[in-house]
Design a protein around this ligand. Structure first.
Ligand SMILES: Cc1ncc(COP(=O)(O)OP(=O)(O)O)c(N)n1
Ligand SMILES: Cc1nc(C(=O)O)sc1CCOP(=O)(O)O
Ligand SMILES: [Mg+2]
Length: 202
């Protein structure tokens, strides 16, 4: 079970490091560092600074998109999308032990996943979201359930999710729920994460 999975938001009022630590203190077990504009060097520095503190809090750090950064900092995980490269080649580069997440936005993408490459799937968006303006058409909870049922991999749901959604995501069969703005745009990200974790565990 993955549980609550937080993805950092460089456009939110609080600095990314504060967001990440607050989410981990609040109970998020996976924290993804996502910044489309940071240099690899800055992202690696941020990751190196965060990893020991996150580990102490029982959370793992996942890098978004940047295979080299994930390798250089020995991150716990890497998350890539359909357009971010061949998962088989990415697995070869990161080695057998790093978590590898892959985004999926429809059932048709499932049969193209190379065997024994991926650790989990990020399935979404469940709803439209301003956080990712280039997102695929929203799935809704019914199609989320159908994708999860057909997946054959642990799935986390993502996109437009917030308080009150955990029960529906769990009953769709997902092993985790991902949030950006529900945590990053909260006035108290740690408290918001606690509420989301309590809902997930209820
Ligand atoms: C857990 C999780 N699921 C999906 C995504 C989206 O990844 P991607 O499609 O590569 O889009 P970007 O995040 O790179 O804009 C994700 N990051 N995490
Ligand atoms: C990073 C990301 N990926 C998505 C996908 O559907 O693949 S939706 C998304 C952003 C989710 O942000 P929020 O929790 O604020 O809606
Ligand atoms: Mg990506």
């Amino acid at each position: 079970m993955i549980g609550v999975y937080f993805i950092t938001d460089p456009d939110a009022p609080q600095p990314v490091a504060d967001q990440a630590l607050a989410a981990a203190r609040g109970g998020a077990r996976l924290i993804q560092l996502r910044d489309k504009h940071a240099s690899d060097q800055d992202m690696a520095a941020q990751a190196r600074a965060l990893m020991p503190a996150l580990e102490k809090l029982g959370a793992k750090l996942v890098i978004n998109d940047r295979v080299e950064v994930a390798c250089v900092v020995k991150a716990h995980g890497l998350h890539v999308g359909q357009g971010d490269g061949d998962p088989r080649e990415i697995r070869r580069r990161i080695g057998p032990d790093m978590l590898l997440g892959l985004s999926v936005d429809c059932k048709a993408q499932l049969c193209r996943i190379p065997r024994a490459t991926v650790s989990y799937l990020g399935v979404g968006p469940v709803r439209a979201t301003a956080t990712k303006p280039d997102h695929a058409p929203p799935l809704g909870f019914e199609r989320l359930e159908r994708v999860v049922a057909a997946a054959g991999y642990p799935c986390v749901a993502i996109g437009g999710l917030g308080q009150g959604d955990a029960a529906a995501v769990r009953s769709a069969g997902a092993v985790g729920i991902c949030f950006v703005s529900a945590i990053s745009r909260s006035s108290d990200p740690e408290a918001a994460t606690r509420v989301l974790c309590a809902e997930w565990s209820a």
